[in-house]
Design a protein around this ligand. Structure first.
Ligand code: SF4
Length: 207
């Protein structure tokens, strides 16, 4: 049966899902209901909330069976919001791409501080976070092949880590061992994976 991949998803003529990581494990069948699909992909396999829909952390071993009222695009855009819309717009040259600086300039309140991050710090933040995401940050000049998902502007999670990193640049905190139980976007908490990766890169002089 023909199949294609988009992000972490496998798409066939009759289903969308992700094969089990261990061969022979029975698939979990998600009902053909987009609300239930959205609810299912909100958490990773260990139950941790996924604030970044494109994060490469979807659970494995499940599928949604398609039908006359449920197309592959419906499921794909539920898992990765606007993915097929952005693919079409990118292909025909109408995708509106927003520069990172414009996104930072329109922040207010506590997120205004994100713009204080140095250019090297911004590059580090996008490299770390976007590297964990299935989308391609074309807003930052990344390439995007057919079948990949273009990202037209920096997301709120990236703005959030830039805000924290601006403070880390001023006063680097002490590193801590990575703790998988710390929420993905709790960048202020010791043990957060991105926080610790940032700090070790900063100490290694990569920034
Ligand atoms: S800015 Fe980066 S992490 Fe955020 S959605 Fe786009 S590619 Fe993914």
């Amino acid at each position: 049966m023909s199949r294609r991949h988009i992000g972490e998803l496998t798409v066939t003529r009759v289903s969308v899902g992700i094969p089990a990581s261990t061969p022979g494990t029975p698939l979990r069948i998600i009902p053909p209901d987009l609300d239930q699909v959205a609810e299912f992909v909100r958490h990773d396999a260990s139950g941790r909330y996924r604030p970044l829909p494109g994060a490469k952390s979807l659970p494995t071993g499940w599928e949604v069976v398609l039908g006359p009222r449920l197309t592959p695009e419906d499921v794909i855009d539920t898992v990765y919001p606007l993915a097929t819309v952005h693919q079409r717009q990118f292909a025909d040259g109408t995708l509106e791409v927003v520069p990172f600086q414009d996104v930072l300039d329109r922040q207010d309140g506590r997120y205004r501080a994100a713009a204080d991050l140095s250019p090297a710090g911004r590059a580090m933040a996008s490299s770390l976070l976007c590297g964990m995401c299935v989308r391609r940050p074309v807003w930052g000049g990344a390439s995007c092949d057919p079948g990949e998902i273009p990202c037209p502007e920096a997301c709120s999670v990236l703005v959030s880590i830039c805000r924290e990193a601006a403070a880390w640049e001023r006063q680097p905190p002490s590193p801590a061992p990575v703790d998988p139980a710390v929420p993905f976007a709790a960048f202020e908490q010791p043990g957060n994976e991105l926080r610790e990766r940032w700090l070790s890169a900063m100490m290694a002089g990569d920034e």
